[in-house]
Design a protein around this ligand. Structure first.
Ligand code: ZN
Length: 159
């Protein structure tokens, strides 16, 4: 069996749902955590880790049955897997396919790592807001205190 056939076996078609492809290798579990999956509504999640990819060398793939991802969720995925592509599947057919990309601004998904930042005040905390400095790998800067949040610090928040 050729390698191409083998990878096809792992990525069987789903009837309805979302396939997230081109995930940075070994980051698929982070993404499940971000998306809160599996849960009581979404039980069937298939993970292919560390499979061959022409573009990335190695990648992960997630198949989420009976669930179409929302746009806000995709922003979150982009923080961990900036190269990911999304396929929305209905009746075994991909009806939407697109590459995600980090927006220029990120609101509330991550925390500022500066404990003195206004967004971390115990009383009346303000919603966090970041300007995206680098998209790949993701680096953001706090809108309020200008603290730079590096890729490792972003990933730590989803571990
Ligand atoms: Zn801050």
């Amino acid at each position: 069996m050729s390698n191409k056939d083998k990878s096809k076996l792992k990525i069987e078609a789903i009837e309805n749902g979302t396939v997230i492809d081109h995930i940075t290798a070994n980051k698929s579990l982070h993404i499940l955590k971000i998306l809160g999956l599996p849960n009581s509504d979404v039980i069937n999640v298939t993970i292919a880790m560390n499979v061959n990819s022409n573009e990335l060398g190695r990648k992960d793939i997630l198949k989420i049955e009976n669930r179409e991802l929302y746009h806000t969720e995709l922003n979150q995925v982009a923080l961990i897997a900036p190269n990911a592509t999304i396929n929305i599947i209905r009746d075994f057919e991909p009806v939407k396919k697109y590459k995600i990309s980090l927006p220029d601004k990120i609101t509330s998904i991550i925390r500022c790592t500066n404990p003195k930042c206004i967004t971390n005040y115990e009383n009346e905390p303000i919603t966090s807001k970041f300007n995206v400095i680098e998209k790949y790998p993701p680096v953001v800067r706090c809108h309020y205190c200008e603290k730079l949040i590096k890729t490792e610090d972003i990933e730590k928040q989803f571990e």
